[in-house]
Design a binder for this molecule. Structure first.
Ligand code: HAM
Length: 424
């Protein structure tokens, strides 16, 4: 008789969203652990802001930002509040700072998913994870250096080598405003030479035209006015100190006067870590900068801020490309095979797990052959086997699974001691 096909629809993840399955998921946790170690050593404490915030929090990131105008997952909740899933965490952290008024400087790190309604492709997802740090309340250029160097050190710890650090300064707000006016004038005078897309960008946000990757815009961008011509003395001195600090720490960087980054809250220092093995459209592994002014725009006192966020998804793609930071091997110590009904396996696994060993077992009282197959596949170092004879005389058979050496029958009460010795 033909098997009736199910009429219940199957569900799959939404576009741009992914399941991270084992063993890849173990690598994600390890990534976060390594990051926590690197920034923990610099006295950053973990902050866990909510995934959902009042939409107003994210609007302060800049009304001309695509992330805010086009990519938000926002909706009105049952209490008539306009809320949104966070597209990043810097704005949430500034909101938390205003709400809790911690002591200065406030050094926090974070991890977790963010949501942007982008066109999904390799390295660009609608739900993606970041790790990051933020420091609120200090205006020291050497702090910018420390922040940039911590990101650099983290990439080193992962084993990544094909990473390029780009650095720029967008000047003080007044410098930036004069620069934007000059760019508008320059691009408007050369409108015919600009791509159609960049003309649209020019009307909304002239700085972002510098971000264009379109070949037809390249020549015009190359001869566009440079931000350095507009720096105030303070902004120039701050940026010089940042560069001197990076040189002193021997962190290699490239000055990129066209680095404006996608978010509008940056002032003075901006930087980006690029993965040289990735496609140019998605090669930003992480980035950040100063955002003095963001706390004020969220109702707080004038407060300096600097930080970065690194994308997990993309950084792991770069690790794959370089063959580094592979999924951690987490082999099982013991696999218990029990052909007497399963109660003995239940007891033994519990006992061994309580003693700190990693242990798994077969279920459903299958045949010895089928249980041994699962034991072999599990990668465990030892199989503990219980059959009717062993159950009757209070023994178990201990069989090494990764070496050829022979098996032995041992009294059940000596099993734990035996295993501890064998596994040490
Ligand atoms: P961002 O440049 O928007 O900056 O994002 C930082 C990193 O998150 C990117 O370099 C990229 O690796 C990753 N990322 C962003 N969007 C996606 C996506 N759709 N799919 C996969 N990965 C993505 C920020 O988010 C700022 N909050 C950084 C910051 C912190 N600035 C100061 N403090």
């Amino acid at each position: 008789m033909p098997v009736a096909l199910s009429t219940v629809p199957e569900f799959h993840t939404s576009p741009g969203m992914r399941d991270i399955l084992p063993p890849e998921s173990a690598r994600w946790r390890w990534f976060v652990d390594v990051f926590g170690e690197v920034v923990g050593a610099a006295n950053f404490g973990l902050i866990i802001p909510p995934l959902l915030e009042d939409m107003g929090v994210f609007r302060r990131m800049g009304e001309a930002t695509d992330v805010v105008t086009k990519e938000m997952y926002d909706f009105v909740d049952k209490g008539e509040r306009h809320v949104a899933l966070r597209p990043e965490q810097t704005a949430s952290i500034c909101r938390a700072f205003v709400q809790h008024r911690p002591l200065l400087p406030w050094k926090v790190w974070y991890t977790g998913p963010n949501f942007r309604y982008e066109k999904p492709q390799r390295g660009r997802y609608r739900q993606f994870d970041q790790v990051g740090i933020e420091v609120l309340g200090a205006d020291d250029p050497y702090l910018d250096v420390e922040v940039i160097a911590l990101g650099w050190e983290f990439y080193r710890r992962l084993g990544l080598r094909k990473v390029r650090l780009l650095v720029n300064s967008l000047g003080e707000p007044a410098d930036r405003a004069r620069y934007v006016a000059a760019l508008l004038e320059y691009f408007t005078a050369n409108l015919d030479a600009l791509s159609t897309d960049s003309r649209v960008t020019l009307a909304k946000n002239p700085l972002r035209v510098l971000d264009s990757k379109r070949p037809e815009d390249a020549a015009l961008i190359a001869t566009a006015p440079r931000i350095a011509q507009f720096y105030s003395a303070e902004a120039a001195a701050h940026f010089e100190a940042v560069q001197a600090g990076l040189n002193a720490l021997e962190v290699p960087f490239v000055l990129d006067p066209t680095l404006v980054r996608g978010l509008d809250y940056y002032r003075r220092t901006t930087f980006e870590y690029q993965g040289l093995t990735l496609d140019s459209a998605q090669n930003a592994l992480g980035g950040g900068g100063r955002y003095d002014g963001l706390v004020e725009s969220l109702g707080g006192p004038p407060t300096h801020g600097v930080g970065f966020a690194l994308g997990l998804d993309r950084t792991l793609l770069a690790c794959d490309d370089e063959g580094v930071f592979a999924s951690p091997a987490d082999p099982l110590d013991v696999f218990v095979v029990d052909t007497t009904g399963g109660m003995e396996a239940l007891r033994i696994t519990t006992l061994l797990r309580e003693a700190g060993l990693s242990v798994d077992r077969a279920y459903e009282n299958r045949s010895m052959k089928s249980q041994m197959k699962v034991a072999d596949r599990s990668g465990a170092a030892y199989a503990v086997i219980v059959g009717t004879d062993e159950l009757a005389d209070g023994t178990v058979v201990l069989r090494p699974l990764r070496t050829e050496s022979g098996q032995q029958a041992i009294p059940r009460i000596e099993l734990l001691d035996h295993l501890k010795k064998a596994l040490s």
